[in-house]
Design a protein around this ligand. Structure first.
Ligand code: MLT
Ligand code: ZN
Length: 426
């Protein structure tokens, strides 16, 4: 128990949670599919305390699972069932600094929410280029660690593209990185790039310097009914696109039922595309379409609506755009006897395949969908990360040489394998 005593010395007794009822909100992920048990939940107040927590765990040989807002969807930030790890919550590192309006940048603590950064940027007449439905809870640390995508990737890139600098604590407690990098710094390996998307396996982020973008004007939100996915892809404008989201009939029906929404267009369609554009989109004559900002509800409410039906297996894949039709044609055969709810970020070829029905630990459908995506030249993880959910299948899209070098990078950062074991690389 001396580790617990050391942790109390660092963060105070109120922030070392060992009682099961206090730990439990941190031990199950948002989907309810991934659950485990932590030796303790530790909540440092600042970067110094966080480094001391990591140092104490390293001295004890205890693994550390880092968690931000616990909105992850691949089991990457909840502990394993064996109670071997300390869960390190970054939520108290939630400071957001003053916006540097001339450089268009802001520094945010790892535990600051995406919404807090968006609000700070807006107050300075700017915007943060990442937006996602979990914005009020998802943290900057978590979204950098998973390279989260969201609704604006087509416009501004994923979270990785917003990172100007960062600070992180290594497995042995040393601090690396910088929050005040010069405008250009090509001196050696790109640490910020390497830690973006590393899912807590290489270091623990404490703060990030983020790029901000000009604020968009009012724009147009248009929902268009489509006969099929190629029809939807054909509607993507070449310029001025802010977001392009795809939904299918089955998901629209569910969202309508759960959220009490009316049929959005004059008639029912098998496929819908929601476009947000700078200017009025040019649509073919006779297109069944509606323009209203509130149409975003049909898209944003998919995630919660699906969770009311059961515990979803969430397969976040991406495909080359010409392969979307074949992938969707093959999908029912691959997930049967279950059915999938599919929606996603059309312009990025990113489909969220949600299968409700299989037991949480039955991975048959996961494997089948990921294999299908890989067979069509896609990715098994577009924007949610690998976590524990997909670690077994990284071989589908990463070569033996790539996996070998990734393992060596992991060993260089974390030789004793203490940071988020079981996640990303197995
Ligand atoms: C979304 O696009 O809404 C998120 O990735 C969440 C999800 O896939 O459920
Ligand atoms: Zn998404």
């Amino acid at each position: 128990m001396s580790l617990e005593r050391d942790l109390v010395d660092v963060v105070g007794a109120d922030h070392v949670l060992t009682a099961p009822d206090l730990r439990s909100p941190y031990e199950t992920d948002w989907t309810r599919r991934f659950t485990g048990s932590a030796r303790a939940v530790v909540r440092p107040a600042d970067a110094e305390q966080l480094a001391a927590v990591v140092r104490a765990c390293a001295a004890d040989g205890t693994p550390v699972v880092t968690q931000g807002g616990n909105t992850g969807l691949v089991g990457g930030s909840v502990p394993r069932p064996d109670r071997s790890a300390v869960l390190l919550s970054t939520r108290r590192l939630d400071a957001v600094g003053e916006v540097d309006t001339s450089a268009r940048e802001v520094v945010a603590g790892a535990g600051a929410t995406v919404a807090a950064v968006q609000a700070r940027a807006a107050a300075a007449g700017l915007a943060y280029g990442v937006d996602l439905a979990s914005r009020d809870t998802a943290t900057i640390g978590g979204t950098v660690a998973t390279d989260a995508g969201g609704l604006r990737v087509v416009r501004h890139g994923s979270t990785r593209a917003q990172v100007r600098g960062l600070e992180a604590v290594l497995a042995d407690g040393r601090t690396v990185g910088r929050l005040d990098p010069p405008p250009q710094d090509g001196a050696g390996y790109d640490l910020a790039g390497l830690l973006s998307g590393s899912e807590g396996t290489l270091a623990v982020l404490t703060a990030v310097r983020l790029r901000l973008v000009p604020r968009d004007g009012p724009g147009w939100v248009t929902l268009v009914g489509c006969t099929d996915i190629d029809h939807a892809v054909g509607l993507l404008p070449a310029a001025g696109l802010r977001a392009a989201e795809v939904m299918l009939r089955r998901g629209i029906d569910l969202v309508r039922r759960v959220a009490g929404l009316t049929e959005p267009l004059q008639r029912e369609w098998p496929v819908y595309v929601l476009l947000e554009t700078d200017d009025e989109p040019v649509l073919p004559e006779g297109a069944d379409a509606a323009v209203d900002e509130r149409l975003w509800a049909y898209r944003e409410r998919h995630t919660e609506a699906i969770s009311t039906v059961g515990v979803p297996h969430k397969l976040d894949v991406s495909l080359p755009l010409p392969a979307l039709t074949s992938f969707l044609d093959d999908l029912p055969g691959v997930v049967q006897p279950h059915e999938a709810y599919v929606f996603g970020h059309l312009a990025m070829g990113n489909l969220h395949v949600n299968v409700v029905g299989p037991a949480p630990d039955d991975e048959t459908v996961d494997e089948a969908v990921l294999r299908l995506a890989a067979a069509y030249g896609g990715s098994i993880a577009a924007e949610h990360g690998i976590g524990v959910a997909k670690a077994r299948w990284l071989t589908l899209t990463r070569s033996p040489a790539e996996l070998d070098v990734m393992r060596r990078v992991k060993a260089a950062f974390d030789p004793d394998g203490l940071l988020n074991p079981g996640v990303l690389l197995v």
